[in-house]
Unconditional design. Structure first.
Length: 349
């Protein structure tokens, strides 16, 4: 569900740049707390989404949720702008440049696809604080690299899938076969094999190479999930963004189990789908965004790599569906502690 005002045409350095922006949070929050005099500080925050945009009930929504949390402490003037399918790196450069030139500071780029564009823009705006989610390649004094140990959380939900399975066969759906999504796969397989060495795992990707449509295609996600369920998998985990909606549709129709990703997808699923979502691998993009914006508002924005994992609660698993996860929690928490203590090293490949 999209909220806020739509801005369709913006002039940038003499050229017309068409975009769809949701000017959320422009309305001032009530005063109280914060700066002296009882008035909350106002911060202009720019958010550049990955493919799928806000409303994907996953990765991008988790980023926006971080800004929602910040509202308790600050007045936020937010401009969040979506990526479009098939866009070029130059489109991303223009988007980030627009936000910085418009006075938004900090600016957050959601997703590794912004790495190249951000490298170009950050050096042209040295006084703007930037953050990028899921990339550590950009090295600049005004850039924070918000990265995650996705393999650790995937290990735990892989164990959950294997323990929950009655057929001894589970599935994994990746959106695109990038190194990042391979981390999810590697952790999931390792976790499943840890608790049930003979478990069989059906691994499928929706798209490959430079085709990123696999993150925005619920229909293909549903078709792949149906095939996995029909081939005897009874629990399927996805790392496929908006395409995961198709997995939940298939799970409800087939009355088989599914596992969500990034956000707690049990909370946003349709009522008929909820009983079949065992858990979700929680990647606390919301926490990362919250911490970064809070720091920037105080003139203490971090730079360089900032890693979120099980130890600092930047990675977790959901317990919202208590009826389905309760009997697994003791084992999952035991495995979690072993990872934190270094007794288990989770692979990334």
């Amino acid at each position: 569900m999209r909220r806020g005002l739509k801005i369709s045409l913006v002039t940038l350095t003499g050229a017309a740049l068409t975009l769809s922006a949701s000017a959320c949070g422009g309305k001032k929050a009530e005063t109280g707390g914060g700066s002296s005099g009882g008035e909350k500080k106002t911060v202009k925050v720019g958010l550049a989404y990955d493919i799928g945009g806000r409303g994907d009930k996953s990765f991008n929504d988790a980023a926006y949720a971080g800004l929602e949390k910040v509202k308790s402490n600050l007045n936020l003037d937010i401009k969040d702008i979506e990526a479009t399918k098939g866009e070029s790196d130059n489109d991303k450069v223009q988007r980030l440049d627009l936000l910085a030139k418009s006075g938004y500071n900090p600016v957050i780029a959601v997703g590794f696809a912004y790495a190249g564009p951000l490298g170009k823009v950050a050096k042209n705006h040295p006084n703007t604080k930037f953050a990028i989610v899921d990339d550590s390649s950009i090295k600049a004094p005004n850039v924070a690299n918000l990265v995650f140990a996705e393999e650790q959380g995937s290990f735990l939900v892989g164990a959950a899938a294997a323990l929950k399975s009655k057929t001894g066969k589970i599935g994994f759906i990746g959106g695109v076969d990038t190194p990042l999504i391979k981390k999810f796969e590697a952790g999931y397989v390792a976790g499943a094999k840890n608790v049930k060495p003979d478990v069989k795992i059906d691994i499928k990707y929706i798209s490959r190479g430079t085709d990123f449509s696999g993150f925005t295609d619920p229909a293909k996600g549903k078709t792949i999930a149906e095939g996995q369920y029909d081939a005897d998998a009874d629990v399927v985990y996805h790392a496929a963004g908006l395409s995961g909606v198709g997995l939940f549709q298939a799970a409800a129709a087939k009355k088989k189990y599914a596992i969500g990703v990034d956000s707690d997808q049990y909370l946003t699923a349709e009522a008929a789908q909820k009983p079949f979502i065992v858990t979700s691998m929680l990647k606390r993009v919301d926490t990362a965004v919250y911490n970064f914006v809070e720091g920037a508002s105080k003139g203490a924005a971090q730079s360089g790599p900032v890693t979120f994992d099980l130890k600092n609660e930047g990675i977790a698993y959901s317990t919202a569906n208590a009826a389905e996860i309760k009997d697994l929690q003791a084992k999952l928490d035991e495995l979690k502690q072993q990872i934190i203590d270094g007794k288990i090293t989770v692979p990334t490949k």
